[in-house]
Design a protein around this ligand. Structure first.
Ligand code: GAR
Length: 196
């Protein structure tokens, strides 16, 4: 059974889906804690399911490095097998990435390497593409540049607004993430192969 720490910044709808998945007895992972960098709405899902949570706001620290060290300390208390960035909207300091690699995964609402960064859905709409996608990657020290573990194309439909498109992308993200975790658990994906 894999233990997961999930980090969020916002509404946490993907977190909610993963909590629901992990409640199935046959699912090979459990969420041991949820962390946030702010008073994120999604922390409510952790509370509702009696999953411990922690919040480490960047503004409480003089430097990003100090913030990162405290975040890492909180994460490591739970001794997770995997750490999942699920709508965590801050770049982690390199020291944190190095400490957790290759056990640090991120879901991203685009078909990487297309549209990296914090506004992937808006960027895809503005570029006028006919299709975008969803990706699950291993986090490295770049911005959404790590090895891709799973990804899928999603069409941009006529009349799509950013929110409609993002909601359709998230449905795919949830499935890809749940599947990647399952494949790590059963050894189909071997994270050791990505260790540097
Ligand atoms: C998800 O689409 C996730 O991929 C994205 O934020 C959303 C979080 O939604 N993350 C990024 O854009 C990271 N670059 P949620 O809070 O409803 O789960």
């Amino acid at each position: 059974m894999l233990s997961l720490v999930v980090l969020i910044s916002g509404g946490g709808s993907n977190l909610a889906a993963l909590i629901a998945e992990a409640e199935h007895a046959s699912y090979p992972a459990r969420i041991v804690a949820v962390g946030a960098d702010r008073d994120a709405d999604g922390l409510l899902f952790a509370e509702q399911h009696e999953i411990p949570s922690f919040t480490v706001p960047l503004s409480s620290f003089e430097t990003r490095e100090e913030w990162g060290r405290e975040l890492l300390r909180q994460i490591e208390q739970w001794r997770p097998d995997l750490v999942i960035l699920s709508g965590f909207m801050r770049l982690l300091p390199a020291e944190v990435v190095r400490a957790l690699a290759p056990r640090l995964l991120n879901t991203h609402p685009a078909y990487l390497p297309e549209f990296p960064g914090a506004h992937a859905v808006r960027d895809a709409m503005q570029a006028g593409v006919a299709q975008t996608g969803a990706s699950v990657i291993i986090v490295d020290e770049g911005v959404d540049t790590g090895p891709i573990l799973a990804q899928e194309r999603i069409p941009v439909l006529p009349g799509d607004g950013e929110d409609e498109l993002h909601e359709r992308i998230k449905v795919v993200e949830r499935r890809l993430l749940a599947d990647v975790i399952r494949r790590i658990a059963d050894g189909t994906i071997r994270l050791e192969e990505y260790a540097r």
